[in-house]
Design a protein around this ligand. Structure first.
Ligand code: AHG
Ligand code: MN
Ligand code: MN
Length: 337
């Protein structure tokens, strides 16, 4: 147990002391990530004062429109991570290929994948957005790691986290020993520990799904949501509530705080288009699944545990069902029956 009020820096130094890899490199890398998140937080506060809302007029590798802030935040992350010798390469939702460091930069021991701005279309309407990151160990003796070095199952993640830019800026981190939350204190410029050992309630009566896709869902999801909506009068015998922010970071943060189930399932349109889901395995599903499992929840596709999937490609998409344990187990059992 830590004292509420210690800084993120103090916390990660203490955590690192518990492991045998006390080189300080991992601590320094997490600090670089925290610096990037602080910069993004400051930019999001400024918004249109500095003309950063709206479209960049380009598309990412997945054909999605890029917002100006998608491009800006991607660069903030690259700048924060490539100069200090802690990473060997980067991969981002906003870059087609693995980002190799310039030749003159020192290579470090870690790979980082990130979604620099999650829920970026919510930036324009002033709704909570975030940054998601995942840390893997880099292969030894390789100057420029390749896509396959990033394509490791989620169980191999060393750490994962997100930073939510909402009414307050909160960085949520797991290094595989539970989940801890740090709130940014603007006066001191430090992330301060505000919640330790975060636990997702095992039961919930709140679901999050984009209902407009209902007609395309598979039968198990149709059944689960039908039963939730039937409420007290249905087989569940209890009324459910629904929330959908449209920023995964914000929906997951709510679930970590008060429980819930989040679903972005595979649907008929995706199957027709040859994709397996909307959310990206390396930048969204894996880091969020590690956090959710570390907080006592579950994260599955309906067919398998997300953290066990061996990625086939950098930008692979997967169905995501995560949150309160008993509800996720129920959805899973509907897929089996
Ligand atoms: P991003 O802004 O990084 O592309 O991610 C948006 C994702 C995720 O955050 C959210 O849960 C989902 O897309 C919302 O999708 P819909 O607009 O289809 O509801
Ligand atoms: Mn995203
Ligand atoms: Mn994004």
């Amino acid at each position: 147990m830590y004292e509420i009020g210690i800084t993120l820096t103090q916390y990660i130094i203490e955590e690192q002391r518990k492991t045998d890899q006390a080189s300080g490199e991992f601590t320094a890398l997490l600090n670089d990530i925290a610096v990037a998140c602080k910069k993004i937080s400051s930019l999001t506060r400024k918004g249109n004062l500095v003309g950063i809302l709206g479209s960049a007029g380009s598309a990412n590798v997945q054909g999605e429109e890029q917002k100006k802030m998608d491009v800006i935040t991607n660069n903030v992350f690259i700048e924060a991570l490539q100069n200090n010798g802690h990473v060997a390469a980067l991969a981002s939702e906003e870059m087609d290929e693995v980002y190799h460091l310039p030749d003159n930069k020192i290579r470090g021991s870690y790979l980082v994948t990130f979604d620099p701005l999650d829920g970026s279309s919510n930036m324009d309407v002033n709704v909570s957005i975030g940054t998601i990151f995942s840390i893997l160990r880099a292969p030894e003796g390789v100057k420029n790691p390749a896509a396959e070095d990033f394509c490791k199952a989620g169980v191999k993640q060393i750490a994962a986290g997100y930073c939510i830019y909402g009414p307050s800026t909160i960085l949520v981190l797991t290094t595989g020993y539970g989940v801890t939350m740090f709130t940014l204190d603007r006066e001191s410029g430090s992330f301060i520990l505000t919640q330790e050992n975060v636990q997702i309630p095992v039961d919930t009566c709140e679901f999050a799904i984009n209902m407009s896709n209902q007609r395309f869902w598979e039968a198990p999801i149709q059944r689960y949501i039908d039963e939730c909506i039937a409420g007290k009068e249905g087989v569940r015998g209890v009324d459910f509530n629904m929330r959908w922010v449209g920023s995964m970071v914000a929906d997951v943060h709510r679930i970590l705080t008060r429980g819930g189930i989040f679903m972005y399932p595979i649907d008929a349109r995706m199957k027709k288009a040859g994709t397996e889901g909307k959310l990206r395995l390396l930048y969204e599903a894996n880091p969020m699944s590690m956090i959710v499992e570390q907080a006592g929840g579950l994260a599955v596709t309906g067919y398998e545990r997300i953290l066990d999937i061996i990625p086939k490609s950098l930008h692979q998409r997967v169905p995501v069902i995560l949150g309160s344990k008993n509800e996720v187990e129920r959805v899973n059992s509907y897929h089996k029956s």
